[in-house]
Design a protein around this ligand. Structure first.
Ligand code: DX5
Ligand code: ZN
Length: 216
């Protein structure tokens, strides 16, 4: 199964309600939270996420690129938020955060930057409903896909299968019609796409094209 989550980082923040309508056929909305500390870019915080949840019916997939998710992550477990993803590099206790998210009825997800090993994620895999393997350095849209991250996806998919657990595997960064099938072949099933959706005149047609690329 191929799930397409457009990233609103590439949308028009001033016309966000309009731009959310353009992606109504997607499977979820990827919402990038950046704090200008964990990554060298800044977006918005919880009040925006609350409003986004009010104006779209799509499940929200919140990607926290922030320091200290141990303090902040659970606050994003609000109505309409399907999953909260925090970064392995930023956390003191990933398992505690994951358990808190699940206790609040939200799916737990952990992300790894390109330079981060997945050993500790593999060790605690049953604690997570999703793992996000970054295929660019987090911070900005429009960067090139890093194909050398594919072995991480394969390893995660194999381990999840061994353990018999249901695990969503997400990729974020440089996803296009050309790169999506590469990530799908390595085991990914949730695809974030910012510029490949919003960088074109017809975002809905782009969502269809990405879905199709994943089914070939
Ligand atoms: C980058 C963000 C991504 C970004 C992806 O740090 O996490 O979600 O929007 O943008 P594209 O799809 O343009 O690479
Ligand atoms: Zn993201």
């Amino acid at each position: 199964m191929v799930r397409i989550h457009p990233s609103i980082l590439s949308a028009d923040f001033v016309n966000l309600e309009r731009d959310l309508e353009k992606i109504a056929t997607a499977d979820g909305v990827h919402v990038d939270i950046m704090d200008a500390h964990f990554v060298p870019n800044l977006t918005f915080g919880l009040p925006m996420v609350q409003r986004i949840a009010e104006v779209t019916r799509l499940p929200l997939d919140v990607h926290l690129m922030i320091d200290d998710p141990d303090t902040w992550a659970h606050q994003y477990a609000i109505d309409g938020v399907d999953s909260v993803t925090f970064h392995a590099e930023a956390t003191r206790d990933a398992v505690a955060i994951a358990r808190e998210l699940r206790a609040r009825g939200t799916r737990s997800a952990i992300a790894v930057k390109p330079g981060t090993h997945i050993d500790r994620v593999l060790e605690h895999l049953p604690e997570f409903d999703m793992v996000l393997v970054m295929t660019v350095e987090p911070g900005f849209g429009g960067q090139a896909f890093m194909a050398d991250m594919m072995p991480k996806l394969r390893q995660l998919r194999d381990r999840a299968d061994e353990l018999g657990i249901e695990l969503a595997l997400q990729v974020d960064g440089g996803i296009t019609d050309d790169t999506l099938p590469i990530a799908a072949a390595a085991g990914a099933d949730v695809f974030v796409a910012g510029s490949a959706v919003y960088g074109h005149a017809d975002p809905a047609a782009r969502i269809d094209a990405l879905r199709e690329a994943g089914m070939l």
